[in-house]
Design a protein around this ligand. Structure first.
Ligand SMILES: Nc1ncnc2c1ncn2[C@@H]1O[C@H](COP(=O)(O)OP(=O)(O)OP(=O)(O)O)[C@@H](O)[C@H]1O
Ligand code: NI
Length: 346
């Protein structure tokens, strides 16, 4: 396959808290290829945000201990100094967060903030940057962008603020856009528009998109590849088609069974998220897993195994470049269990 643009290996992020060490991300591996859309999914608290924010070290390192490798276009970002990393942040790597409010400064006009996002990494005259900013605001769907340029954030609706934040993230034409639940804070009707905008921009700019969501409907729609996280670990990853057609890990199956329209029931996963200060041994999901075996309770999170070919990747070639892998003993050589073991009644 093409060399990944982003390769995350054994990423671990720990916070020291009053109640002990929070193992927010506990050995995560995933890749994002150039121009690819990768969705990170998982229940609340599974470590999606922390994993994304560690890529460009947006997490203050004073409070967190980050280890592992984050290779972006061949450079290990974890080894860079703060100032070297700043040239990536908002440069080749753009970010869009859940709440546009947090990304905009209320005391500056929207236009000035887009100009600033352009000029921080690029040598542009004020007038050239202004023209570029208006073009960007227009592109993200802000009507009459030249007139709205001098508005303050409070004069924008929530959806327009998020569009402006997207414009800022695009200011330096990033190779990778990281969007962490970018539509969650918006009204439902607006969510769709912002999602469509991101999908269009991704295609038009051939930009890779790392998209965090817990909405599997959105994943099915936009992802090329899906990475399923639980309790700071990746449980399963693969081409979105393979993972949705033939979810391998019991956790993924349980998540998918929660999707309306999948199977007979619309259910929730029983039990609660593992305690990040004291996660269970073995597979983090075993206390909630309907298929747990005694060996699932011991040791580390199981190693990744390739999920048997031909279990649903019925398209044969299409998804051939992305390996479908699961961290589950059921895919271990010792267990020749049929991978199509059902969780939901579908
Ligand atoms: N600054 C911090 N200090 C201590 N613990 C933290 C900090 N930030 C996150 N955590 C903990 O790390 C774990 C992972 O959090 P994270 O926000 O990455 O989850 P998430 O998958 O993004 O969830 P959500 O879907 O709710 O956004 C949680 O247990 C959270 O409480
Ligand atoms: Ni989050």
């Amino acid at each position: 396959m093409t060399d990944p643009l982003l390769a995350v290996r054994d990423l671990r992020v720990r916070f020291d808290g009053d109640d002990g060490t929070v193992r927010a991300v506990d050995g995560v591996d995933f890749d994002v290829a150039p121009g690819e859309t990768v969705c990170l999914v998982g229940e609340s608290g599974s470590g999606k945000t922390v994993a994304c924010e560690s890529i460009t070290r947006l997490i203050p390192t004073g409070s967190a201990e980050i280890s592992g490798e984050v290779r972006f276009d061949g450079t290990d970002l974890t080894a860079l100094s703060e100032s070297a990393l700043e040239s990536y942040r908002g440069g080749r790597i753009g970010h869009v967060f859940q709440n546009p409010q947090d990304a905009l400064d209320p005391v500056y006009t929207v236009g000035a903030q887009v100009v600033e996002a352009i000029r921080i990494h690029r040598d542009r005259s004020k007038s050239a940057a202004r023209a570029e900013a208006i073009g960007l605001l227009d592109r993200v769907g802000i009507g009459d962008a030249a007139a709205r340029f001098d508005d303050y954030p409070h004069q924008f609706s929530g959806g327009m603020k998020q569009r402006a934040v997207v414009a800022m993230a695009l200011a330096c034409d990033p190779d990778l856009l990281i969007a962490d639940e970018p539509t969650t804070a918006l009204d439902v009707t607006i969510q769709r528009q912002v999602l469509d905008l991101l999908a269009d921009l991704q295609a038009e700019r051939e930009m890779a998109l790392l998209f965090v969501t817990h909405d599997l409907g959105v994943v099915a729609e936009i992802a090329d590849r899906v990475v399923v996280m639980y309790a700071g670990n990746v449980m399963e990853s693969g081409d979105v088609y393979d993972v949705f057609e033939a979810p391998a890990h019991p956790y993924t199956r349980a998540l998918l069974a929660c999707l309306p329209g999948r199977g007979e029931r619309f259910e929730t996963i029983g039990g609660s998220m593992a305690d990040p200060t004291d996660p269970p041994d073995g597979c983090r999901f075993h206390p909630r897993c309907p298929h747990a075996l005694p060996e699932c309770e011991e040791g580390d999170q199981p190693a990744f195994r390739a999920v048997a070919a031909g279990d649903g990747g019925a398209d044969g070639g299409k998804s051939g470049s992305v390996e479908h892998r699961a961290s589950c003993v059921l895919y271990d050589d010792a267990h020749a269990l049929p991978p199509a073991l059902e969780v939901a009644d579908d």
